[in-house]
Write a protein that binds this ligand. Structure first.
Ligand code: IFL
Length: 452
C-alpha cells in the first residue's frame, strides 16, 4: 500500500511537476521569441556571408562620412539635403552607408570642422544629435550603416589628434609637411598610449551605449547598425613598421574588438583595414589582424591611383598594367577571406575623373570603365557564394558643390564624400554623374537579386 501510494504520489507529483515545468517553459517560450525577435533584424554572419532577418544580405553601399553632420539641427546640418541624398541613394539600390561616428577637433586646415569631440570628454551634443537624426532616417529607409570610431588619417582629427591631446605637441598636417611617413608613425603611436586608449574606449562606450534622442533606442539595440568599425584605415605603422609594431597593432585590434563585444554582443565588429596595402603588404599580418573571434568579417580598400599603379595624367599608357594589379588585389583578398572562413567587404575604391580633373563638368570615361570592371570582378565570386559580401564605393558627393577655384574645402562649405584632406571633386560621385550612377544602379540590381 505504502509503496503504491508512494508511486501514486510520485505520479501526481510528476504530473504537477510536468504542469509546473510546462507553465514555466511556456513563460520562457513567451519570453524567448521576444528576445530573439529583438535581434532578428540585426545583420549576422552565416558562414562566409551576411544574413539579415533570415535572408542573405549582400551590401551595395557607398561611403558618406559626413552623413551624421547633415543630420544636425543647427547650421552645420542640412536635414533637407540628408533626406534628398538618402532617397536618391535608396532609389539607386544602395542599402548600406559607411559613416564617420566621431571626429576630433584640430586646428590644421585639412580637418573637418566642427568636430564631435573638442578635447577628451568634451562632446558636441548637437553633432551627436545629428548622428541620432541620421540613424533614424536610415532606419526609416531600411538601410544599414557601418560606423567608424576613429581615423588613421588627419581629415577628422583621428589618432594623431588623440596623441596631440595626450602630449600637447601640435598636430602636423602631412599635406603641408609632406612627411607622410612621420605622420603615419605618429598615428600608430596611438596604439601604445595608455591615456589615448583609455579615452578612445570612453568615446566608444559613449556612442555604443548612447540613447538615440530621436528613436529612443540605444545604439547597441539599433538594427540599422551593421557594424562597429575600429577606425578608418588603421595601419600598424609607416612603411617600415617593425615586427613589434605589428604585434602591438594586432593586440590593439584584439583588445578593442573584445571591449566592444562586451558592451554590445549583438552587432558585428570590423577593423576598417585596407587589406594588404594597409598591412605593409604582409599577408600574415592581415590574417592575424582578422582571425580573432571578435572580428566578424574582413575589410579591404583598393586605391589603384593612390598606390601609384596607374597615373592619372596618363591613364591610357598605365591602364593595362595598373588594372592587372588592381584585379589581382580584388581577387587575392577574397581568397584570403576564404582561407580564414569569414566574409569580406570591399569597402572603398575609387578613381579620378578624366585627366585627374576635379571639376564636376569633367568627363568620367575611365572612372566608369573602372567601376564596371571592379563590379565584374566582384560579381563572379559573389554569384557563386564565395566570401565577398558586398562593396561601398568612395564616395557619395551627391548634391554637394564647391565654388572654390582651388577645390579645397573651407569651414561652412558643403560636406562631400571627398574629405577636407583632398580636393573637393577628386573621387566622389556627384548626383549629376549620370553615366557612373547608371553603372552603380545596374550592379546594385544584380546584388539585390541575391538578397532573397
Ligand atoms: O579620402 C581617402 C580616405 O581617407 C580613405 N581612403 C582613401 C581616400 C581617397 O584618397 O579612407
Amino acid at each position: 500500500m505504502k509503496t503504491i501510494s508512494y508511486f501514486k504520489t510520485a505520479r501526481y507529483m510528476g504530473i504537477w511537476a510536468a504542469i509546473l515545468s510546462f507553465g514555466l517553459s511556456s513563460v520562457a517560450l513567451a519570453a524567448e521569441p521576444k528576445k530573439a525577435d529583438a535581434y532578428q533584424a540585426f545583420v549576422k554572419v552565416k558562414g562566409t556571408q551576411f544574413e539579415k532577418s533570415g535572408k542573405p544580405y549582400y551590401i551595395a553601399g557607398t561611403n558618406m562620412w559626413y552623413a551624421g553632420y547633415l543630420g544636425a539641427a543647427n547650421k552645420v546640418g542640412n536635414r533637407a539635403r540628408l533626406a534628398k541624398e538618402l532617397d536618391t541613394l535608396k532609389a539607386l539600390g544602395v542599402n548600406n552607408l559607411r559613416v564617420l561616428a566621431v571626429s576630433e577637433k584640430s586646428d590644421i586646415n585639412s580637418v573637418v570642422k566642427p568636430a564631435t569631440t573638442n578635447g577628451f570628454g568634451n562632446y558636441d551634443e548637437e553633432l551627436l544629435k545629428g548622428l541620432d537624426y541620421f540613424m533614424a532616417e536610415v532606419a526609416k529607409r531600411d538601410m544599414t550603416v557601418v560606423l567608424y570610431l576613429n581615423n588613421y588619417w588627419q581629415w577628422s582629427g583621428g589618432m594623431s589628434q588623440y596623441m596631440s591631446w595626450v602630449d600637447g605637441k601640435p598636430m602636423q598636417d602631412p599635406n603641408v609637411t609632406k612627411d607622410w611617413e612621420g605622420f603615419m608613425a605618429r598615428s600608430a603611436s596611438f596604439y601604445q598610449s595608455t591615456k589615448a586608449q583609455d579615452e578612445y574606449r570612453k568615446t566608444i562606450k559613449k556612442i555604443v551605449t548612447r540613447v538615440n534622442t530621436v528613436t529612443g533606442k540605444t545604439y547597441a539595440d539599433d538594427a540599422a547598425i551593421l557594424s562597429w568599425q575600429l577606425a578608418n584605415e588603421p595601419r600598424p605603422g609607416n612603411s617600415n613598421a617593425t615586427d613589434k609594431e605589428k604585434q602591438i597593432y594586432v593586440d590593439w585590434i584584439n583588445g578593442v574588438t573584445s571591449y566592444i563585444k562586451e558592451l554590445d554582443p549583438h552587432h558585428l565588429v570590423s577593423t576598417g583595414s585596407e587589406g594588404l596595402m594597409g598591412s605593409v603588404r604582409d599577408e600574415k599580418l592581415f590574417i592575424d589582424a582578422h582571425t580573432s573571434k571578435n572580428v566578424d568579417y574582413l575589410t579591404y580598400h583598393m586605391w589603384i591611383r593612390n598606390w601609384g599603379w596607374i597615373d592619372k595624367t596618363n591613364f591610357a599608357g598605365t591602364w593595362d598594367a595598373g588594372w592587372a594589379k588592381g584585379e589581382e588585389y580584388l581577387t587575392s583578398h577574397i581568397a584570403i577571406a576564404k582561407k580564414i572562413g569569414k566574409p569580406i567587404v570591399l569597402e572603398e575604391f575609387g578613381l579620378d575623373r578624366d585627366a585627374g580633373a576635379y571639376d564636376i563638368k569633367a568627363t568620367t570615361q575611365v572612372r566608369d570603365k573602372f567601376y564596371q570592371q571592379v563590379f565584374n570582378v566582384l560579381w563572379t565570386p559573389m554569384k557563386k557564394g564565395e566570401p565577398i559580401a558586398g562593396y561601398n564605393f568612395w564616395a557619395w558627393n551627391g548634391a554637394a558643390r564647391t565654388s572654390r577655384p582651388n577645390y579645397w574645402w573651407q569651414e561652412g562649405d558643403d560636406y562631400m564624400g571627398d574629405p577636407p584632406q583632398e580636393e573637393q571633386g577628386m573621387y566622389g560621385i556627384f548626383d549629376s554623374d549620370a553615366s557612373t550612377i547608371a553603372i552603380i544602379k545596374a550592379f546594385n540590381a544584380k546584388i539585390h537579386s541575391l538578397n532573397k
